[in-house]
Design a protein around this ligand. Structure first.
Ligand code: ADP
Ligand code: MG
Length: 318
């Protein structure tokens, strides 16, 4: 039966970091973003022969640029953050989808492969303490002069200041059934962009809120809810390191849940960067018990094959 054939392929969820589109130090022109995407997208196209694929992605630099445009223009009404997140799902979804289409064509598998980008909401709890304590840096690094009169909190980073927004925990992905159904029907689905459009429930309805959900945590929630087999987080470092950036920096190939908890307590994983990736991988492993790997954008294929990146393990260490 056709449905049995469909179930033979395992499901792979790939969470692309912001650097898949804009590398650190680049201005982030559309040409640069399309060029940068070629590296992960060619690998994903190739992997689509063996796996059912779901792609999620960050939107930090893009949503920040849209915010900056809002603040520098007084002639049109300002848009709330939820609308800007929706805009980035459209723009980045379009870039990923068209790049993937090209890559699939180059591989000669495009005629068999269906693609779709889905606008996705993610429910958050309006009582989430994150709303009282914004922690998520978004947008470009601002000079002290630029940041002087801004009506929102900022944080010092190397070279200046960045805007901070609340980053509540994802509770559930609203479109999980649609996503599951599309994946079961062999679509490559691009969804939960920028961690999803944050919404709170009001009875049976939803409404958007001013926040940005961490894309790694939203991806882990989706991976759990639609029962993904392999969860891969692709970023701009080769994996998880101990003593990152220090003289004794050491990248790990494997890390057990117990080790992850220990290293976390020792302060190896800062919030807002490696912290949520570890939390996301650990959550997925605890809920699903399958594979979770953190790797670089350039090493997605070897990481899936088990020869690159850092894999989080239940308790066995090799
Ligand atoms: P993304 O856009 O992919 O989510 P982030 O900047 O949020 O990327 O997170 C990746 C960054 O985490 C790396 O570039 C690195 O600077 C930082 N980092 C912090 N601690 C560690 C660690 N222990 N191991 C590896 N990278 C780390
Ligand atoms: Mg990040």
């Amino acid at each position: 039966m056709a449905t049995i054939d469909k179930q033979e392929k395992e499901t792979l969820l790939i969470a692309l970091g912001g650097n898949a589109l804009i590398r650190k130090g680049q201005v982030g022109s559309i040409e640069e973003q399309f060029e940068n995407l070629k590296v992960p997208i060619r690998q994903i196209a190739s992997l689509s022969r063996q796996y059912k694929i779901i792609i999620t992605h960050g939107n930090g630099p893009q949503v920040g640029n849209l915010l900056l445009q809002q603040e520098s223009c007084t002639e049109v009404p300002r848009l709330p953050l939820e609308i800007l997140v929706a805009q980035t799902q459209g723009q980045i979804g379009y870039m990923i989808e068209s790049s993937l289409d090209t890559a699939l064509m180059e591989l000669g598998v495009w005629t068999k492969q269906l693609l779709i980008t889905l606008i996705s909401y993610v429910v958050v709890d309006e009582k989430d303490p994150a709303f009282q304590n914004p922690t998520k840096p978004i947008g470009p690094v601002l000079s002290r002069e630029q940041a002087k009169d801004l009506p929102y909190p900022t944080r010092e980073v190397p070279g200046g200041l960045r805007r901070l927004v609340a980053s509540p925990k994802p509770v559930t992905v609203v479109e999980k059934r649609e996503i599951k159904s599309l994946v079961d029907n062999d679509f490559i689905v691009i969804c939960c962009g920028g961690g999803g459009i944050p919404v709170i429930r009001e009875g049976r309805a939803f409404h958007g809120v001013d926040a940005v959900i961490d894309k790694d945590l939203a991806s882990a929630k989706l991976a759990e809810e639609i029962r993904v087999d392999v969860f891969l987080i692709a970023t701009d470092v080769e994996g998880v390191a101990l003593g990152y950036g220090g003289p004794d920096q050491r990248f790990l190939r494997h890390m057990t849940l117990a080790e992850a908890a220990q290293y976390e307590a020792e302060g190896h994983f800062p919030p807002g960067s490696m912290g949520p990736k570890i939390e996301a991988a650990v959550q997925f492993i605890k809920k699903r018990g399958n594979r979770a790997v953190i790797t670089s954008i350039g090493a997605i294929e070897p990481a899936v094959a088990g020869t690159a990146g850092t894999e989080i393990l239940v308790d066995v260490k090799f």
